[in-house]
Design a protein around this ligand. Structure first.
Ligand SMILES: *Cc1c(COP(=O)(O)O)cnc(C)c1O
Length: 374
Protein backbone atom coordinates (compact mmCIF):
# COMPACT_ATOMS: atom_id res chain seq x y z
CA UNK A 1 0.00 0.00 0.00
CA UNK A 2 1.16 3.54 -0.77
CA UNK A 3 1.68 5.99 2.09
CA UNK A 4 0.60 8.89 -0.14
CA UNK A 5 -0.93 7.95 -3.49
CA UNK A 6 -0.18 10.70 -6.04
CA UNK A 7 -1.03 8.50 -9.01
CA UNK A 8 -4.83 8.43 -8.61
CA UNK A 9 -4.97 12.22 -8.59
CA UNK A 10 -2.69 12.39 -11.63
CA UNK A 11 -4.86 9.97 -13.57
CA UNK A 12 -7.89 12.08 -12.74
CA UNK A 13 -6.48 15.30 -14.25
CA UNK A 14 -3.77 13.95 -16.57
CA UNK A 15 -5.17 15.50 -19.80
CA UNK A 16 -5.37 18.96 -18.15
CA UNK A 17 -1.81 18.63 -16.76
CA UNK A 18 -0.50 17.51 -20.15
CA UNK A 19 -2.18 20.47 -21.85
CA UNK A 20 -0.83 22.91 -19.24
CA UNK A 21 2.74 21.60 -19.70
CA UNK A 22 2.29 21.80 -23.48
CA UNK A 23 1.29 25.46 -23.25
CA UNK A 24 4.49 26.28 -21.34
CA UNK A 25 6.61 24.37 -23.86
CA UNK A 26 4.98 26.43 -26.60
CA UNK A 27 5.41 29.91 -25.09
CA UNK A 28 8.85 28.99 -23.73
CA UNK A 29 8.87 31.45 -20.82
CA UNK A 30 10.29 28.95 -18.33
CA UNK A 31 11.36 31.58 -15.81
CA UNK A 32 8.63 33.86 -14.42
CA UNK A 33 6.22 33.05 -17.22
CA UNK A 34 2.56 34.14 -17.17
CA UNK A 35 1.45 31.04 -15.18
CA UNK A 36 3.54 32.18 -12.19
CA UNK A 37 1.63 35.44 -11.89
CA UNK A 38 -1.71 33.79 -12.63
CA UNK A 39 -1.05 31.25 -9.85
CA UNK A 40 -0.11 33.99 -7.36
CA UNK A 41 -3.44 35.69 -8.07
CA UNK A 42 -5.43 32.44 -7.66
CA UNK A 43 -3.62 31.51 -4.42
CA UNK A 44 -3.91 34.98 -2.85
CA UNK A 45 -7.63 34.98 -3.55
CA UNK A 46 -8.08 31.44 -2.15
CA UNK A 47 -6.23 32.29 1.06
CA UNK A 48 -7.84 35.73 1.33
CA UNK A 49 -4.74 37.90 1.54
CA UNK A 50 -3.46 40.72 -0.64
CA UNK A 51 -0.10 39.33 -1.73
CA UNK A 52 1.18 35.91 -2.71
CA UNK A 53 4.89 35.64 -3.53
CA UNK A 54 5.65 32.25 -5.08
CA UNK A 55 9.12 30.80 -4.61
CA UNK A 56 11.30 27.74 -5.13
CA UNK A 57 10.44 25.69 -2.01
CA UNK A 58 8.79 25.74 1.38
CA UNK A 59 12.22 26.26 2.90
CA UNK A 60 12.77 29.41 0.80
CA UNK A 61 9.25 30.50 1.71
CA UNK A 62 10.45 30.56 5.34
CA UNK A 63 13.87 31.96 4.51
CA UNK A 64 12.75 34.94 2.38
CA UNK A 65 10.56 36.63 5.05
CA UNK A 66 13.20 35.87 7.71
CA UNK A 67 15.84 37.52 5.47
CA UNK A 68 13.50 40.48 4.98
CA UNK A 69 13.25 40.85 8.78
CA UNK A 70 17.04 41.29 8.77
CA UNK A 71 17.89 39.17 11.82
CA UNK A 72 21.05 39.74 13.83
CA UNK A 73 23.14 37.10 15.56
CA UNK A 74 21.55 37.77 18.96
CA UNK A 75 17.96 37.90 17.66
CA UNK A 76 15.72 35.19 19.11
CA UNK A 77 13.01 33.58 16.98
CA UNK A 78 10.65 31.31 18.92
CA UNK A 79 9.52 28.08 17.32
CA UNK A 80 8.67 24.49 18.17
CA UNK A 81 11.05 21.54 18.59
CA UNK A 82 8.44 19.20 17.05
CA UNK A 83 8.64 20.04 13.35
CA UNK A 84 10.60 19.31 10.18
CA UNK A 85 14.21 20.51 10.29
CA UNK A 86 13.58 23.27 7.70
CA UNK A 87 11.82 25.44 10.34
CA UNK A 88 14.77 26.01 12.72
CA UNK A 89 17.21 25.66 9.81
CA UNK A 90 15.70 28.68 8.03
CA UNK A 91 15.88 30.76 11.24
CA UNK A 92 19.58 29.91 11.67
CA UNK A 93 20.33 30.40 7.97
CA UNK A 94 18.75 33.87 8.11
CA UNK A 95 21.16 34.73 10.91
CA UNK A 96 18.90 34.39 13.96
CA UNK A 97 18.81 32.06 16.96
CA UNK A 98 16.00 29.47 17.08
CA UNK A 99 14.55 29.32 20.59
CA UNK A 100 12.38 26.25 21.20
CA UNK A 101 9.02 26.22 22.98
CA UNK A 102 7.32 22.94 23.94
CA UNK A 103 4.09 21.80 22.28
CA UNK A 104 0.52 21.03 23.23
CA UNK A 105 0.02 17.24 23.50
CA UNK A 106 -3.32 17.30 21.61
CA UNK A 107 -2.39 19.32 18.54
CA UNK A 108 1.44 18.97 18.53
CA UNK A 109 1.51 22.75 17.97
CA UNK A 110 3.29 25.43 19.99
CA UNK A 111 1.96 25.77 23.54
CA UNK A 112 1.07 29.47 23.94
CA UNK A 113 1.50 29.44 27.73
CA UNK A 114 5.03 28.09 27.26
CA UNK A 115 5.63 30.71 24.56
CA UNK A 116 4.91 33.54 26.97
CA UNK A 117 7.09 31.94 29.67
CA UNK A 118 9.96 31.49 27.22
CA UNK A 119 9.75 35.06 25.85
CA UNK A 120 9.83 36.39 29.43
CA UNK A 121 12.75 34.13 30.34
CA UNK A 122 14.75 35.34 27.31
CA UNK A 123 13.89 38.97 28.10
CA UNK A 124 14.96 38.69 31.71
CA UNK A 125 18.18 36.87 30.82
CA UNK A 126 19.03 39.73 28.46
CA UNK A 127 21.47 37.86 26.23
CA UNK A 128 19.14 37.52 23.21
CA UNK A 129 16.61 40.00 21.79
CA UNK A 130 13.18 38.51 21.04
CA UNK A 131 12.28 39.33 17.41
CA UNK A 132 9.73 36.87 16.09
CA UNK A 133 7.62 33.75 16.44
CA UNK A 134 7.37 30.94 13.89
CA UNK A 135 4.45 28.70 14.88
CA UNK A 136 4.10 25.50 12.82
CA UNK A 137 0.70 24.14 11.73
CA UNK A 138 1.80 20.57 12.28
CA UNK A 139 0.16 17.75 10.32
CA UNK A 140 -2.25 20.31 8.80
CA UNK A 141 -3.79 21.71 12.01
CA UNK A 142 -3.44 25.51 12.45
CA UNK A 143 -1.60 26.64 15.57
CA UNK A 144 -3.60 28.54 18.21
CA UNK A 145 -3.28 31.99 16.63
CA UNK A 146 -5.81 33.78 18.85
CA UNK A 147 -3.49 33.03 21.77
CA UNK A 148 -0.14 33.36 19.98
CA UNK A 149 -0.64 36.57 17.97
CA UNK A 150 -1.62 38.81 20.94
CA UNK A 151 1.40 37.52 22.93
CA UNK A 152 3.68 38.27 19.98
CA UNK A 153 2.21 41.76 19.43
CA UNK A 154 2.51 42.63 23.12
CA UNK A 155 6.23 41.87 22.90
CA UNK A 156 6.77 43.54 19.50
CA UNK A 157 7.46 40.27 17.68
CA UNK A 158 6.62 39.34 14.09
CA UNK A 159 4.58 36.18 13.44
CA UNK A 160 5.63 34.04 10.48
CA UNK A 161 3.47 30.93 10.17
CA UNK A 162 5.13 27.73 8.94
CA UNK A 163 2.10 26.48 7.05
CA UNK A 164 4.06 24.02 4.89
CA UNK A 165 1.63 21.30 6.01
CA UNK A 166 -1.55 23.35 6.28
CA UNK A 167 -2.26 25.08 2.96
CA UNK A 168 -6.05 25.59 2.86
CA UNK A 169 -6.64 24.52 6.48
CA UNK A 170 -9.01 26.76 8.43
CA UNK A 171 -8.73 28.54 11.77
CA UNK A 172 -12.01 30.11 12.90
CA UNK A 173 -13.12 30.54 9.31
CA UNK A 174 -9.79 31.96 8.05
CA UNK A 175 -7.69 29.99 5.58
CA UNK A 176 -4.03 29.24 6.16
CA UNK A 177 -1.52 30.72 5.58
CA UNK A 178 -3.56 33.89 5.96
CA UNK A 179 -2.86 34.64 9.63
CA UNK A 180 0.01 36.40 11.34
CA UNK A 181 2.18 38.98 9.58
CA UNK A 182 3.28 36.55 6.91
CA UNK A 183 2.82 32.85 6.17
CA UNK A 184 4.86 30.27 4.29
CA UNK A 185 3.75 27.11 2.51
CA UNK A 186 5.33 24.30 0.50
CA UNK A 187 4.30 22.56 -2.72
CA UNK A 188 6.66 19.61 -2.23
CA UNK A 189 4.90 16.71 -4.04
CA UNK A 190 3.73 14.97 -0.84
CA UNK A 191 2.24 18.08 0.79
CA UNK A 192 -1.57 18.51 0.67
CA UNK A 193 -1.20 20.73 -2.44
CA UNK A 194 1.92 19.49 -4.20
CA UNK A 195 3.55 20.16 -7.56
CA UNK A 196 5.87 17.83 -9.50
CA UNK A 197 9.11 19.14 -8.06
CA UNK A 198 10.01 21.78 -5.46
CA UNK A 199 7.88 24.85 -4.93
CA UNK A 200 6.55 27.18 -2.26
CA UNK A 201 4.68 30.41 -1.61
CA UNK A 202 4.52 33.26 0.88
CA UNK A 203 1.35 35.15 1.86
CA UNK A 204 1.01 38.58 3.44
CA UNK A 205 -1.10 41.75 3.59
CA UNK A 206 2.06 43.83 4.12
CA UNK A 207 2.84 45.48 0.76
CA UNK A 208 6.31 46.64 1.74
CA UNK A 209 7.31 43.18 2.99
CA UNK A 210 5.89 41.59 -0.19
CA UNK A 211 7.98 43.97 -2.30
CA UNK A 212 11.17 43.16 -0.41
CA UNK A 213 10.53 39.40 -0.75
CA UNK A 214 9.79 39.75 -4.50
CA UNK A 215 13.14 41.48 -4.88
CA UNK A 216 14.96 38.97 -2.68
CA UNK A 217 13.68 35.95 -4.61
CA UNK A 218 15.55 37.33 -7.66
CA UNK A 219 18.96 38.12 -6.11
CA UNK A 220 17.64 41.25 -4.41
CA UNK A 221 17.17 42.98 -7.74
CA UNK A 222 16.13 46.64 -7.73
CA UNK A 223 13.87 48.61 -10.10
CA UNK A 224 16.87 48.62 -12.42
CA UNK A 225 17.64 44.92 -12.65
CA UNK A 226 21.40 45.60 -12.82
CA UNK A 227 21.34 47.45 -9.53
CA UNK A 228 20.83 44.94 -6.72
CA UNK A 229 19.43 46.44 -3.55
CA UNK A 230 19.40 43.39 -1.21
CA UNK A 231 21.33 40.19 -0.69
CA UNK A 232 18.85 37.64 -1.99
CA UNK A 233 18.49 34.21 -3.53
CA UNK A 234 17.75 32.49 -6.78
CA UNK A 235 14.40 31.56 -5.30
CA UNK A 236 11.81 31.64 -8.08
CA UNK A 237 9.04 29.11 -8.75
CA UNK A 238 9.38 27.42 -12.18
CA UNK A 239 6.71 28.30 -14.75
CA UNK A 240 6.12 24.56 -15.33
CA UNK A 241 5.37 24.00 -11.63
CA UNK A 242 3.02 27.00 -11.58
CA UNK A 243 1.16 25.59 -14.61
CA UNK A 244 0.78 22.22 -12.86
CA UNK A 245 -0.38 23.87 -9.63
CA UNK A 246 -3.02 25.90 -11.48
CA UNK A 247 -4.60 22.64 -12.67
CA UNK A 248 -4.32 20.98 -9.25
CA UNK A 249 -5.90 24.02 -7.56
CA UNK A 250 -9.09 23.42 -9.56
CA UNK A 251 -9.75 20.20 -7.62
CA UNK A 252 -8.06 21.15 -4.34
CA UNK A 253 -11.19 22.38 -2.49
CA UNK A 254 -12.90 19.08 -3.31
CA UNK A 255 -9.80 17.18 -2.18
CA UNK A 256 -9.88 19.02 1.17
CA UNK A 257 -13.45 17.70 1.59
CA UNK A 258 -12.32 14.18 0.69
CA UNK A 259 -9.57 14.48 3.32
CA UNK A 260 -12.27 15.19 5.96
CA UNK A 261 -14.15 12.09 4.88
CA UNK A 262 -11.07 9.85 5.06
CA UNK A 263 -10.15 11.29 8.48
CA UNK A 264 -13.67 10.70 9.82
CA UNK A 265 -13.61 7.06 8.68
CA UNK A 266 -10.27 6.53 10.41
CA UNK A 267 -11.27 8.32 13.62
CA UNK A 268 -14.57 6.39 13.96
CA UNK A 269 -12.74 3.08 13.71
CA UNK A 270 -9.58 3.87 15.67
CA UNK A 271 -11.48 5.34 18.62
CA UNK A 272 -12.36 1.84 19.81
CA UNK A 273 -8.78 0.54 19.99
CA UNK A 274 -7.47 0.59 23.56
CA UNK A 275 -3.77 0.29 22.70
CA UNK A 276 -3.85 3.74 21.06
CA UNK A 277 -3.16 6.52 23.55
CA UNK A 278 -3.95 9.32 21.09
CA UNK A 279 -5.74 9.75 17.78
CA UNK A 280 -6.23 13.07 15.94
CA UNK A 281 -8.48 15.43 17.86
CA UNK A 282 -8.99 18.52 15.72
CA UNK A 283 -10.06 21.65 17.67
CA UNK A 284 -13.75 22.51 17.02
CA UNK A 285 -13.02 25.81 15.33
CA UNK A 286 -10.36 24.35 12.99
CA UNK A 287 -10.40 22.38 9.77
CA UNK A 288 -7.27 20.32 9.20
CA UNK A 289 -5.97 19.32 5.77
CA UNK A 290 -4.34 16.21 7.32
CA UNK A 291 -0.88 16.50 5.77
CA UNK A 292 -0.19 13.48 7.98
CA UNK A 293 -2.55 11.30 9.97
CA UNK A 294 -0.60 10.50 13.15
CA UNK A 295 -1.52 8.36 16.13
CA UNK A 296 0.26 7.41 19.35
CA UNK A 297 0.75 4.13 21.16
CA UNK A 298 3.06 2.73 23.85
CA UNK A 299 3.04 -0.39 21.71
CA UNK A 300 4.39 1.38 18.62
CA UNK A 301 7.13 -1.16 17.89
CA UNK A 302 4.68 -4.08 17.85
CA UNK A 303 2.07 -2.21 15.79
CA UNK A 304 4.62 -0.95 13.25
CA UNK A 305 6.00 -4.49 12.80
CA UNK A 306 2.49 -5.84 12.14
CA UNK A 307 1.78 -3.02 9.67
CA UNK A 308 5.05 -3.64 7.89
CA UNK A 309 4.26 -7.36 7.60
CA UNK A 310 0.98 -6.34 5.95
CA UNK A 311 2.84 -4.01 3.54
CA UNK A 312 1.40 -0.87 5.18
CA UNK A 313 3.92 1.97 5.66
CA UNK A 314 3.87 3.83 9.01
CA UNK A 315 6.72 6.39 9.09
CA UNK A 316 7.52 8.40 12.21
CA UNK A 317 7.08 12.19 12.19
CA UNK A 318 9.23 13.11 14.09
CA UNK A 319 11.57 10.58 15.63
CA UNK A 320 13.89 13.24 17.05
CA UNK A 321 12.79 16.66 18.31
CA UNK A 322 14.88 19.48 16.85
CA UNK A 323 16.84 20.28 20.02
CA UNK A 324 18.35 16.77 19.87
CA UNK A 325 19.72 17.10 16.32
CA UNK A 326 23.47 17.46 15.88
CA UNK A 327 23.09 20.49 13.59
CA UNK A 328 21.21 22.42 16.29
CA UNK A 329 23.84 22.02 19.01
CA UNK A 330 25.28 25.44 19.81
CA UNK A 331 22.97 27.02 17.19
CA UNK A 332 19.58 26.92 18.88
CA UNK A 333 18.64 27.86 22.42
CA UNK A 334 16.85 25.10 24.34
CA UNK A 335 15.55 24.95 27.88
CA UNK A 336 18.07 22.73 29.73
CA UNK A 337 15.08 20.87 31.23
CA UNK A 338 14.21 19.71 27.69
CA UNK A 339 10.76 19.56 26.13
CA UNK A 340 8.89 16.69 27.79
CA UNK A 341 5.76 16.86 25.61
CA UNK A 342 7.69 16.83 22.31
CA UNK A 343 10.03 14.12 23.60
CA UNK A 344 7.14 11.96 24.79
CA UNK A 345 5.28 12.30 21.49
CA UNK A 346 8.40 11.35 19.50
CA UNK A 347 8.55 8.05 21.42
CA UNK A 348 4.96 7.01 20.69
CA UNK A 349 3.91 8.67 17.43
CA UNK A 350 3.62 7.14 13.94
CA UNK A 351 1.71 8.00 10.77
CA UNK A 352 -0.79 5.96 8.77
CA UNK A 353 -1.33 6.07 5.00
CA UNK A 354 -3.39 9.14 4.15
CA UNK A 355 -4.52 10.83 0.94
CA UNK A 356 -7.87 12.04 -0.47
CA UNK A 357 -8.39 8.84 -2.49
CA UNK A 358 -7.81 6.29 0.29
CA UNK A 359 -10.66 3.74 0.12
CA UNK A 360 -12.87 2.55 2.94
CA UNK A 361 -11.58 -1.00 2.24
CA UNK A 362 -7.98 0.08 2.74
CA UNK A 363 -8.89 1.93 5.94
CA UNK A 364 -10.68 -1.18 7.24
CA UNK A 365 -7.64 -3.31 6.45
CA UNK A 366 -5.22 -0.89 8.20
CA UNK A 367 -7.45 -0.61 11.29
CA UNK A 368 -7.85 -4.39 11.47
CA UNK A 369 -4.07 -4.91 11.54
CA UNK A 370 -3.77 -2.41 14.41
CA UNK A 371 -6.72 -3.88 16.31
CA UNK A 372 -5.29 -7.39 15.99
CA UNK A 373 -2.15 -6.25 17.85
CA UNK A 374 -4.34 -6.21 20.98
C1 LIG B 1 7.95 20.34 4.17
C2 LIG B 1 8.17 21.31 5.26
C3 LIG B 1 9.01 22.43 5.10
C4 LIG B 1 9.89 22.62 3.91
O1 LIG B 1 9.27 22.60 2.68
P1 LIG B 1 10.14 22.23 1.36
O2 LIG B 1 9.23 22.60 0.24
O3 LIG B 1 10.43 20.78 1.42
O4 LIG B 1 11.38 23.06 1.37
C5 LIG B 1 9.07 23.34 6.13
N1 LIG B 1 8.38 23.16 7.28
C6 LIG B 1 7.58 22.10 7.47
C7 LIG B 1 6.82 21.98 8.75
C8 LIG B 1 7.46 21.12 6.48
O5 LIG B 1 6.67 20.07 6.69
Amino acid sequence: MQFIDLKTQQERIRPQIDAAIQRVLEHGRYIMGPEVFELEKVLAEFVGVEHCVSCSSGTDALLLPLMAYDLGSTDAVFTTPFTFFATPEAIALAGGVPVFVDIDPDTYNMNSVKLLETIEAVESEGRLTPRGVVPVDLFGVPADYDEIIPIAKEHGLFVLTDSAQSFGAEYKGRRMPGLGDVGATSFFPAKPLGCYGDGGAIFTNDSELAGTMRSMRVHGQGEDKYNNVHIGLNGRLDTLQAAILLEKMKIYPEEIDLRQKVARMYIERLGAIASLSRIPNIPDDCRSVFAQFCIESDRRTVIQAALEAADIPSPIYYAKPMHKLDAMQGVAYSDPAGFPVAEGASERIFALPFHPYLSENDIDRIVEVIADCG
